[in-house]
Design a binder for this molecule. Structure first.
Ligand code: AMP
Ligand code: FE
Ligand code: FE
Ligand code: ZN
Length: 293
């Protein structure tokens, strides 16, 4: 069984349509694919229809943009009730925050000698319901300012970079409670990627396990081997599930080809078991007690 639990389509910052992504996954021999676009469920119906046609399993998911102490944290949610009012409202707020940042970000780029119009950026947004930094990066490439997305981030757009403009992101604990409240299984994506280890230390992950977090993504391109080892040990200690994924973005990220990293069948089965259990429990019942949202 080849199981990849974190991928993106053109409904966020990937370059494959949901149907194209699922078709490619089937061609490459995957058995289970989770589509986890940033802050939207918009691609899931198309992906699921295609999965039924090509004979693979589509796990419905999302990657929420959250923050803890002002640092960005990505939270994967598997199988939430997608019409949960509190969750829907929060996702709308995050997407609006991303859109509202575009004007100031373009002002910053103009000051840096790289003028771009909103129309130039919109050419690269695909079917995404919000306009993210990767779309701006693509417009910068098209204008000839940088060679690729990676250079756009490394030199200008990355957190703390000269063209970085902060935007709204959900507090991490709130996002866990919202997703759990909607019946989802929650997994922190690439917790220690991009030198984030100090921002989300082991003791914090252990604490979050006690507050309803189900798991952490360990096998991911952005983690070094020594980090994976320590994250595995921590997960054992805290009773957290361990997942792995490609975090595929199509042509949007090199070295993230489908199934580059994968999730163990036993872990996937446990995720499905928890999803079913929480569905049966119904709205609200599984909301962690200490978390007002
Ligand atoms: P946004 O949500 O619009 O602020 O953009 C965040 C997205 O940009 C993330 O989901 C990543 O896909 C991408 N991203 C963030 N930081 C980097 C980086 N340093 N290099 C490449 N891509 C990045
Ligand atoms: Fe992304
Ligand atoms: Fe991510
Ligand atoms: Zn991702």
């Amino acid at each position: 069984m080849i199981i990849d639990l974190h991928t993106h389509s053109s409904v966020s910052d990937g370059t494959d349509s949901p149907a194209g992504l699922v078709t490619k996954a089937a061609q490459q021999g995957l058995d289970v694919l989770a589509l986890t676009d940033h802050d939207t469920f918009d691609g899931l119906d198309e992906a699921e229809r295609t999965a039924a046609e090509v004979g693979i399993v589509l796990l419905r998911g999302i990657e929420m943009s959250t923050q803890r102490d002002g640092h960005s944290v990505h939270l994967l949610g598997y199988g939430p009730r997608e019409d949960d009012p509190a969750l829907v409202a929060e996702l709308t707020r995050v997407r609006a925050g991303r859109d509202d940042r575009l004007g100031p970000l373009l002002d910053r780029l103009a000051e840096l000698g790289m003028p771009l119009t909103e129309a130039q950026v919109l050419l690269h947004v695909g079917q995404s319901p919000s306009i993210g930094r990767p779309h701006v990066a693509d417009a910068m490439v098209a204008a000839g300012y940088v060679a690729d997305r990676a250079e756009a981030f490394d030199r200008f757009l990355a957190d703390g970079g000269p063209a970085h403009v902060p935007r709204y992101a959900t507090p991490l604990e709130t996002a866990i409670a919202l997703l759990r409240g909607a019946g989802a299984v929650t997994v922190i994506a690439h917790p220690w990627g991009r030198e984030r280890e100090q921002q989300l230390p082991a003791e914090v992950l252990v604490e979050l396990a006690g507050q309803g977090l189900d798991g952490i993504e360990v096998d991911h391109f952005d983690h070094r081997p020594d980090q994976r080892e320590r994250l595995h040990a921590l997960a054992d200690r805290a009773g957290l599930l361990v997942t792995g994924s490609s975090d595929h973005h199509g042509l949007g990220k090199v070295d993230h080809e489908l199934a580059r990293h994968t999730t163990a069948p036993e872990v996937y089965a446990e995720i499905r078991r928890r999803m079913a259990e929480r569905r049966r429990a119904g709205p609200g019942v599984d909301r962690p007690p200490a978390q007002a949202v």
